[in-house]
Write a protein that binds this ligand. Structure first.
Ligand code: PRP
Ligand code: MG
Length: 212
């Protein structure tokens, strides 16, 4: 019998809640720690634990059928991938922030400035729409350190509680988008696995309804 392959985040803010929603759907994952591919009980499913940023490409290639992923990652790298369910957890913003003492009045203040980010496409698109051009420095983590080490004048990153901004003496000045965890689907999913997806979604909808 066919099994539906699902990608979930290996580590990070979505991991725990992704495992939890599957569990609430009655699906338990048999995995030893550090096992990147696991089988499940009570549902024909295989789970792959992957890096966030790699998931859109796995979906595109049909290596996985579905994924639980932050919508922000799809906006950055997977605009062609469709979303079949919003999951109502891991809510966050993707925002621009500047040092607290930066006298910020409008986005024009960032014209010609250096911005550090892990979301270059999202920032570029946002700035372009406003007719602003900035110099982007792409880094993959600890973005909030950039202004303090002289690498950038501003940053763009995920804001959840706001505590990382606060601790690094930064203030949020523009919210570019809001995001939450979503269930995304590969364009290459087979007909058999589409049926499994329908069954899974039926359970997910019931879980989400019960949580409200
Ligand atoms: C994420 C994100 C922000 C922070 C936002 O970083 O990149 O820095 O969390 O959360 P907060 O508003 O609740 O502080 P993470 O800790 O995952 O590390 P990384 O940037 O090194 O990947
Ligand atoms: Mg960070």
């Amino acid at each position: 019998m066919s099994k539906i392959k699902i990608a979930i985040q290996k580590s990070g803010r979505l991991n725990e809640d992704s495992v939890k929603i599957l569990k609430d759907c009655g699906i338990s994952i048999d995995n030893g720690k550090d096992q990147l591919k696991a089988q499940t009980r009570n549902f024909p499913m295989e789970v792959m634990f992957l890096r966030n940023g790699d998931i859109p490409q796995y979906l595109r290639d049909g290596i996985v059928d579905i994924a639980i992923i932050g919508e922000n990652v799809l906006i950055e790298k997977g605009k062609d991938i469709s979303i079949t369910e919003r999951l109502n957890f891991s809510k966050c913003k993707v925002s621009l922030a500047v040092p607290k003492d930066f006298e910020y009045n409008s986005i024009k203040d960032l014209d010609g400035k250096r911005i550090a980010t892990s979301y270059p496409n999202t920032v570029n698109e946002y700035l372009e729409k406003q007719g602003i051009s900035a110099e982007l420095h792409q880094i993959s983590g600890s973005v909030e350190i950039a202004p303090n080490i002289g690498l950038a004048d501003a940053i763009c990153d995920i804001v959840s509680s706001g505590s990382t901004l606060f601790k690094n003496n930064l203030k949020e000045v523009e919210v570019m988008l809001t995001s939450e965890a979503v269930l995304a689907v590969s364009p290459k999913i087979s007909e058999d696995n589409k049926k499994l997806l329908e069954k899974l979604q039926f359970r997910i909808k019931a879980v989400l309804k019960a949580r409200n």
